[in-house]
Design a binder for this molecule. Structure first.
Ligand SMILES: *Cc1c(COP(=O)(O)O)cnc(C)c1O
Length: 224
């Protein structure tokens, strides 16, 4: 695809996001995170030239390499993957805009220690395993409110901004919808939360209709 063709392709995705968000309300704003985990720095630059600023990676070493290679560009980096304790310091060295996959109180407490030692604050989302899938990380829905409050109370260097979920792994729209609704119900009960991150290439319209205000698009944004 030429750059012009790519722009037309991206405009079509934006139109899909627009019509989904307008079904919720004209005031419902949705932010797109371009997940670049399958993409090269050249491909990230092409998307940047069309106007995309927020990118996401799910491996600390990839985030580090791409953020370093593109450091002259005013990009926003989101870490959306599972964070192993031995990678915490590497992640903090990159100082991402948002860590979206804080998935336990235990990880939060470890992160808190490192943040305190470095005198840093980090914006995070708590990941909820709304479909209760063994293959997925995240706090179980029934524990979500308690765990969120515990992190807020015990981890002053973590700024919780809301929640993140991956939709149910299913072909049935109703099953996926239920998983998004579960996360949104929890989100609505969190007084200071402003971000509900859910929806990927295959299910973002449904996620937006269920209340998502941040979608994470990988294969679709990069036309893979
Ligand atoms: C890979 C990934 C995405 C993007 O997936 P696509 O289906 O390619 O849009 C979104 N969120 C998380 C957590 C991911 O790991």
């Amino acid at each position: 695809m030429t750059q012009t063709e790519y722009k037309i392709y991206i405009d079509d995705i934006i139109r899909r996001v627009e019509s989904a968000r307008l079904k919720v309300s004209g005031h419902h704003i949705v932010k797109i995170i371009a997940v670049s985990k399958y993409s090269t720095t050249e491909e990230i630059e092409s998307l940047y030239r069309i106007g995309q600023r927020a990118f996401g990676e799910n491996k600390v070493q990839d985030l580090k390499a791409k953020a370093a290679a593109l450091e002259e560009l005013p990009l926003e980096w989101h870490f959306i993957g599972n964070l192993q304790k031995n990678k915490i310091n590497n992640l903090l060295d990159i100082n991402p805009t948002l860590f979206q996959a804080l998935d336990s109180l235990e990880l939060a407490e470890e992160l808190q220690k490192r943040l305190l030692a470095k005198d840093m604050q980090l914006d995070c989302l708590m990941q909820i395993n709304s479909a209760r899938e063994a293959s997925k990380h995240g706090v179980n829905p029934e524990d979500a409110l308690t765990t969120y409050a515990q992190i807020e109370q015990k981890c002053p260097n973590i700024q919780l901004k809301g929640v993140m979920s991956i939709g149910a792994h299913s072909k049935e729209r109703e099953v996926i919808k239920k998983s998004f609704e579960t996360t949104y119900e929890i989100y609505k009960q969190l007084p200071n939360a402003t971000i509900c991150s859910m929806g990927m290439s295959g299910d973002f319209e449904l996620a937006i209709e269920c209340g998502s205000n941040m979608i994470r698009l990988g294969s679709l944004m990069f036309n893979k």
